[in-house]
Design a protein around this ligand. Sequence first.
Ligand code: NDP
Length: 240
Amino acid sequence: MGRLAIVTGGTRGIGREISVTLKKAGYKVVANYGGNDEAAAKFTAETGIPSMKWDVGSYPACEAAMSKIVAEHGPVEIIVNNAGITRDATLHRMSYQMWEEVIHTNLTSCFNMARLAIDSMRERGFGRIVNIGSINGQAGQYGQVNYAAAKSGIHGFTKALAQEGAAKNITVNAIAPGYVDTDMVRAVPPAVLEKIIAKIPVGRLGRAEDIARCVMFLIADEADFITGSTLSVNGGQHMY
Ligand code: NDP
């Protein structure tokens, strides 16, 4: 125990719950965030987990952050690629910038973080990478070509990297949450949300804890036979 985990977007929403759950279980955690200093400061004060700001969509920013983390805390053995954003619009109203921001933040970030950790994981013969995808990457979603493409890309990235990491005890898995009660979903108009909940057989939105406990399961030392999988956590809304 005591392995070092980086949780991107780890100060709010699902990421916050992942950070706290891992810390409670004895992992060392560094929680990344994108810009909300106030939320991050509150998170660190409440949890004692260090938070660090950098843009996960930028390779140089990830590189600088990783070097600092390794120098201060030691080798990174676990990465939870959780940071994500939405910039919703139908394609005919979507700007190139909305496309690019979502692809960089949600998908290129997975490359950036994994690329920067992989050499050390290979040398140590241990690594756990969990990428947070989405039901909307599996099923598509009106108004989200950018988000659905990025999340779908995560699922392919996961399966390819899992094949590369397997011989070195580096597992790579994805979790595809359904609709989870966080700021991201609170931004959905209430009338739309009501229709979404009506389609969830379990009859409720997901909770951040539902996702955090899956991360815990996948990063365990004992989970070394689980790789390249996507765990759907959606209350039965989409059975993939
Ligand atoms: P929130 O909006 O609640 O939190 C997002 C987190 O990501 C924040 O900590 C935010 O930092 C961070 N972040 C955003 N952009 C960047 C960036 N460029 N660099 C670093 N950090 C960044 O999101 P959720 O908790 O709802 O979602 C977490 C993940 O789960 C996302 O990948 C999302 O796509 C996925 N997901 C969520 C679902 C849901 O229903 N909520 C459903 C399916 C998937 P800051 O606080 O600084 O803004």
